[in-house]
Write a protein that binds this ligand. Structure first.
Ligand code: UDP
Length: 275
C-alpha cells in the first residue's frame, strides 16, 4: 500500500503483543509499545542494503562495526513502529557478472554464487540484530533448510506483523538479475509502503559525485526521469516494477546516523522517486 497507508492490522497493533521467549530482556515489548503509536509515514518498508554496506569501504567481507551500525539504524525504524523487511546484497563477496568475465565460471553459476553470498550477509545481520534483542527471521529464495526458512510470502508478512524483522536472502533465487530487482519484487509482494535503498552517497545525482564534481544532487525524481535519463539508481527493471505498482522509492545515505529513521518518518532525506 503505497503512500503511507497503514497496512492490514496485525494483533500487536491492538495491543495483543506476542512477546516471545526469545525476548528475555523485554526489548520486544518496548519496541511493540512504540509500534502502537507509530510515527511512520511508511509503516511497512523493504530496505535494500548492498553488500558493500557490510564491509569496510571498498573492502571484502564483513566488518563488525559496519554490521552493528546497519543493525542500529534498522532498530531505530522498528522503535518508531515500522515493519522492516531487509533485502541484502552480496557484492562485498562477489557479483556474478564480474566473476563470469574474469574466469571460466559459467555466468549462471557465478550468479548463483552471488546469491549464496547474500545468505552470508543475511545470517550475519540476523545474529547482530538478535544480539541487540530484536527477533528476526531469515527467509531465502534458495532453499537452505539447515540455516534459514524459505521465502513464503504469507509467512513473511506474519513475521512482520509480529514485530520480527525479516531478512530476505538469495535475491530472486534466479540468475542474471540483482538484489535490486529482488527488493522491488518483495516490496510489491508484501504490500510495502516504500522501498528504501541505502547507499554510500546522499542520494541520487545527475552523475557519479565521486568522479564528477559537477554532479548535481536530486531531491526528487519521477520514475520516468530515472529511466529516461538512465540514472544509476537501481536496475531499471526494479524501478519499472515500483512504477507499475505505485511503490515510492527513497534513496538515502547510510553513512549518516539516524537517516533511515528520518526517511521512514517522511522527513526529506535523500532522493524520493515516485509518480
Ligand atoms: N544475484 C542473482 N539473482 C538475484 C540476486 C542476485 O543472480 O536475484 C547475484 C548476482 O550475481 C549479483 C550477486 O548475486 O551480482 C550479488 O547481488 P547484488 O549484486 O545485487 O549485490 P549488491 O551489489 O547489492 O551488494
Amino acid at each position: 500500500m503505497p503512500g503511507g497507508t497503514p497496512c492490514v492490522p496485525g494483533a500487536w497493533r491492538n495491543g495483543a503483543v506476542d512477546v516471545e521467549s526469545e525476548d528475555a530482556g523485554g526489548t520486544m515489548a518496548k519496541r511493540a509499545a512504540g509500534r502502537t503509536k507509530t510515527k511512520c509515514k511508511y509503516r511497512r518498508v523493504v530496505l535494500k542494503i548492498s553488500g558493500e554496506g557490510f564491509g569496510k569501504p571498498g573492502g571484502f567481507g564483513i566488518d563488525g562495526k559496519s554490521l552493528r551500525r546497519i543493525a542500529e539504524e534498522i532498530l531505530g525504524v522498528v522503535e518508531l513502529g515500522g515493519e522492516v523487511a531487509v533485502v541484502v546484497g552480496g557484492g562485498n563477496f562477489l557479483r556474478g557478472a564480474t566473476l563470469a568475465t574474469e574466469s571460466p565460471v559459467h555466468e549462471a553459476t557465478a550468479h548463483y554464487m552471488g546469491m549464496l553470498a547474500t545468505v552470508i550477509n543475511a545470517l550475519a545481520l540476523q545474529d547482530m540484530l538478535e544480539s541487540l534483542g530484536q527477533p528476526t527471521r531469515v527467509q531465502s529464495s534458495i532453499a537452505i533448510q539447515s540455516a534459514c526458512e524459505s521465502f513464503i510470502r504469507r509467512r513473511c508478512v506474519r513475521h512482520l506483523e509480529k514485530g520480527r524483522i525479516v531478512i530476505l536472502a538469495a535475491g530472486t533465487g534466479r540468475p542474471f538479475v540483482t538484489t535490486d530487482t529482488a527488493a522491488a519484487l518483495a516490496a510489491v509482494e508484501i504490500n510495502a509502503d516504500a522501498l528504501l535503498k541505502a547507499t554510500n552517497v546522499k542520494g541520487v545525482y545527475t552523475a557519479d559525485p565521486k568522479k564528477n564534481p559537477k554532479a548535481e544532487f536530486q531531491k526528487s525524481l519521477s520514475y520516468n526521469e530515472v529511466i529516461d535519463k538512465r540514472l544509476k539508481v537501481m536496475d531499471f527493471s526494479a524501478v519499472d516494477m515500483c512504477q507499475q505498482h505505485d511503490v515510492p522509492i527513497v534513496v538515502f545515505g547510510l553513512m549518516t546516523a539516524g537517516n533511515m529513521k528520518k526517511v521512514v518518518m517522511g522527513k526529506h532525506v535523500g532522493t524520493r522517486i515516485g509518480a
